[in-house]
Design a protein around this ligand. Structure first.
Ligand code: BES
Ligand code: MN
Ligand code: ZN
Length: 504
């Protein structure tokens, strides 16, 4: 198998290894087990570290090949940075980043068998779990369409990497890793879905991927075009009518909560490709619109994560799958449709299609499932990328408590959110001359007017809208991701559920 990663744990003492990894803090020496290992080499720490200017800074490496006195081919001493004054306040993501940075180093030096010493009082089971998560997230690569895989040495990547984490409390760490890896697997699923080109992942193919969650105990229902027409989902159907591929509305239910408990609902925009329709997009960069299902991918990845770790919460995931194409059957600018809610919409711009899909998906979700809260995720506006770039997604909400929970989950997961305003002055901008509302209000406050449009379809349910157009695709490389699609949203929502809705 190519490019495989296995992560295991073992208790001390450290056994025979290929490459041995120990940490040294900023300005300090190796401590604990790392100090014992270093002592066994008989090498002079002061000389060795001075020779290469190793100071223990985060990201620094001291690489000793064929170390004497140690049963290893190689000894890597990694800088772990300055120990904070209060170890408690170190965010979990610092440990995920450490795991990611380790994977980056290991791939770079092209080793296959690795033992990592994780000792010390600050290595809690959860933090060891974060290191494992970071290793896995950084190791991810989307190269299935490369017919010639790089050989060993060509780009430094080994074909397989087997990592053993040496830890003090193996059973507790194993539990923490299994729990954390459920979320990681959801993130990787979301990355795969977003990276996949639209010829391979159309509406039916996406629905089939979602259907697979049934194996994990998720109840899956798929509404087809006829069913949606009967339900009056003319807004969603208006987007899909120009495409040869049929629309689907996928409903995913995870019943992990108490009997009769109202669910938490997550709704995702799943436009498998967005040409803009008759209001066609410019050619440059249009290929990125294969990722216009990033919201649906996040919801699918989340449901995968919740079911895998058997979350004690009842959660509904709804994904609206359509393709926005240009054809003789496509919706024209100026067309007016009546949404399932009864609201009439003037479609003055066929490229503002995401909100048309969500209008019916949101209305249906609140009408059928009566959720406690409803959160939608959508690659909705280019404007949010202009405002916030890639480091935050935009947050809009009709409920301060829910908004607060989401912001906290964003900080804890590293998938951050920034709240933008809503208000009557913006609401006015979506008024239409011919219908109740129009779907595009022009350039000013484009992300905010989009949120106002969605708000018309949530009734009075506590609701939040996450505009992930900047965050979900074209990611800058980070310690935990080098792929185009970061899988944004899965870790965030998993955190939200974990910290607020499980076991109550
Ligand atoms: N899918 C796009 C938004 C988008 C842009 C996502 C860039 C990711 C990267 C969305 O459907 C769209 O086209 N929005 C329009 C709205 C406008 C017509 C009111 C936009 O942002 O230009
Ligand atoms: Mn569009
Ligand atoms: Zn779109």
């Amino acid at each position: 198998m190519l490019h495989e990663l296995t992560i295991e744990t073992a208790p001390f003492p450290v056994g025979a290894t290929g490459t041995l990894v120990v940490y040294a803090a900023d300005g300090g020496n190796p401590e604990g087990v790392a100090a014992q290992i270093w002592a066994a080499t008989g090498l002079d720490w002061a000389r060795a570290s001075a020779a290469v200017g190793f100071k223990g800074k985060q990201g620094q490496v001291l690489d000793i090949v064929a170390p004497p006195g140690v049963d290893a081919e190689r000894l890597l001493v990694l800088g772990s940075g300055k120990p904070p004054a209060d170890a408690e306040i170190v965010p979990a993501t610092a440990w995920t980043d450490r795991g990611g940075s380790l994977a980056g180093k290991l791939l770079g030096v092209r080793v296959e068998k690795v033992a990592v010493v994780l000792d010390g009082a600050d290595v809690t089971p959860e933090r060891a779990g974060e290191v494992a998560a970071g290793l896995r997230l950084r190791h991810y690569r989307f190269d299935k369409y490369k017919s010639r895989k790089p050989k060993d040495g060509e780009n430094g990547d080994p074909e397989s990497l087997a990592v053993t984490l040496y830890v003090a409390d193996k059973p507790a760490v194993d539990r923490a890793i299994a729990d954390r890896m459920a979320t990681v697997a959801g993130t990787l699923l979301a990355r795969d879905l977003v990276n996949e080109p639209a010829n391979e992942l159309g509406t039916l193919e996406f629905a089939a991927e979602a259907q697979k969650l049934a194996d994990l105990g998720v109840v899956v229902e798929v509404l087809d075009e006829n069913r949606m027409r009967k339900l009056g989902m003319n807004s969603l159907l208006a987007v899909s009518q120009g495409s040869a591929r049929p629309p689907r509305l996928v409903l995913l239910q995870w019943h992990g909560g108490g009997e009769g408990e109202a669910p938490i609902a997550f709704v995702g925009k799943g436009v498998v490709f967005d040409t803009g329709g008759i209001s066609i997009k410019p050619a440059a960069g249009m290929e990125d619109m294969k990722g216009d299902m990033g919201g649906a991918a996040a919801v699918t990845g989340l449901m995968h994560a919740l079911a895998t770790r058997k979350a004690r919460a009842s959660v509904v995931g709804v994904i609206g799958l359509v393709e926005n194409m240009v054809s003789g059957t496509a919706t024209r600018p100026g067309d007016i449709v009546k949404a399932m809610s009864g609201t009439t919409i003037e479609i003055n711009n066929t490229d503002a299609e995401g909100r048309l899909v969500l209008a019916d998906a949101l209305w249906y979700t609140q009408d059928r499932f009566k959720p406690r809260v409803m959160v939608d995720l959508a690659t909705l506006t280019g404007a949010i990328g202009v405002a916030l770039g890639q480091d935050h997604a935009g947050l809009f909400s009709n409920n301060d408590e829910l908004a607060g929970k989401l912001i906290a989950a964003g900080l804890a997961s590293g998938e951050k959110l920034w709240r933008l305003p809503m208000g009557p002055a913006y609401e006015k901008l979506i008024e239409s001359r011919f219908a109740d509302i129009k779907n595009s209000a022009g350039r000013h406050a484009g992300s905010i007017t989009a949120a106002h449009f969605l708000r018309r379809f949530v009734n009075d349910v506590p609701w939040a809208h996450l505009d992930i157009a900047g965050a979900a695709m074209g990611a800058n490389s980070s310690e935990v991701n080098t792929s185009w699609a970061p899988g944004y949203g899965v870790a965030l929502l998993d955190r939200l559920v974990r910290d607020n809705y499980e076991g109550n």
